[in-house]
Design a protein around this ligand. Sequence first.
Ligand code: HEC
Length: 301
Amino acid sequence: MNQGPLVFLGVFVTLVTSWFGMIFVPQIQVGELKPVPAEVSGGLYPAAKPGVAQQGAEVYRQQGCYYCHSQQVRQSGVQFDVILMEMGEKTNEVAKIVLQANPRFGDKAVKQLLKQLPKPVLSGANFEETKKTVDKLKDAGAKFEMQVIALGADLNRGWGARRTVANDYLFERTVMLGEQRIGPDLTAIGLRRPDAAWHLNHLYAPTTEVEGSKMPSYTYLFEKRPIGRTPSPDALKLPAAIAPAGYEVVPKPEAKALVAYLLSLKSNAAVFEAPMKPEPKKEDPAAATNVVNAASAVTKP
Ligand code: HEC
């Protein structure tokens, strides 16, 4: 029996489905990405990297920094805060809804809370809970705002203000997502450590900056040369213990480019598709004033 057509059909279907899954669908999803207006800075996000930082990306690749450092911040879920702005007409009903959402508050505490708006009436809630409360507030004619808060271990470690999105990689020609996480994620290292001198010292001898660091040192990206009549302005300021006597340590162009690249890693602009990690809450000045303590402080001998 001639099985030719069947084999041909099998091969054809395999090729077409893989082309569809690996080329066509991704093209539809991310092929059209372009920089978006940045909400805070007003420019476009992401901006193209300066040339020296692009050279630095090549050094990063050559040195295999991505074997130990990732560039992807993940998010494990979200939670919601609801902030009541105005009660509207039906104050009693709104008070009831707030009490239902926070049974542990009690009647009195809720009344107290609603005296001074805006106030958060739901915090750290899941989607179902939030939707229930929000729908009721809407029906009662109250005005409120909802905040989506990103959660996740990466965010808690301070590796980024939000999860990374496809747009963050728009100007990366080979995206270096990383292999393993032996060291910290570097998605936003340019914001976390904006000091070029720190990075140069850290690359030359990691333990000078981070006690007990297990990162390998990249001394060959630096040049050790006798101090001439005029010391180089680029020379590293090393602790006496490791500074070679009579010599200065000067970064080679590769090291400078690498640091320019590290400082350019700042994926943190607010984007539509990823909620931000909340800023650390400022103390409520009213709550901080403790009358009893203030009085006892005055009477202290
Ligand atoms: C063998 C694994 C390894 C390799 C390869 C490696 N690192 Fe690291 N890196 C670490 C570890 C571990 C730390 C955490 C300790 C420290 O801060 O020194 C670290 C920390 C860092 C930090 C500080 C991060 C922070 O949040 O403070 C930077 C920046 C950095 N590495 C850059 C680089 C660059 C650039 C390269 C490539 C030239 C590189 N690393 C290669 C393991 C590695």
